[in-house]
Design a protein around this ligand. Sequence first.
Ligand SMILES: [Zn+2]
Length: 160
Amino acid sequence: MNRPIPGTVEVSVRHILSDRTTGFLTRTRRITWQDNLSRVRRPASGKQSVELTCPVCDASLLAEVRTEARTRRTSAVLLVLAALSVIVFFAAFGYAVHEGGRTLPEGQSLPVLFPVSIASIFVTFVAAPVLFLQGRRYNGVTMLDAPKPRRIHGIMPVRG
Ligand SMILES: [Zn+2]
């Protein structure tokens, strides 16, 4: 269905119709939106600004498009960072378990690296999946500007 056309990228212009949080003890967030497919031409080099129009409300959105080569590079960097986060996570985890499980002699405190490893575990635990998803989804198109309120619009990647 979505046959890739060289030099172009397909994105989805998202208009948030409503975003409501209901409930008191158990909060439920209900978001409804409308997506509209749009094809954007990639520049021959560097990056280029393009204007997209939201078909729901006619708002004009400013987006930045990068070349395919640059998009692939950024995506690869994000995936490498995700892989590094996984490695750091396991290394820090192993270290924390090792150091934390030791019985220390009286009066000796844990090494400085111990809290660092605990912090690394938390940071990489969050960063790894985020970087991985961003790397997978990155299509070189980012929204630069939109009329206020900005959050009602988004430019979403479309899987080719
Ligand atoms: Zn709109």
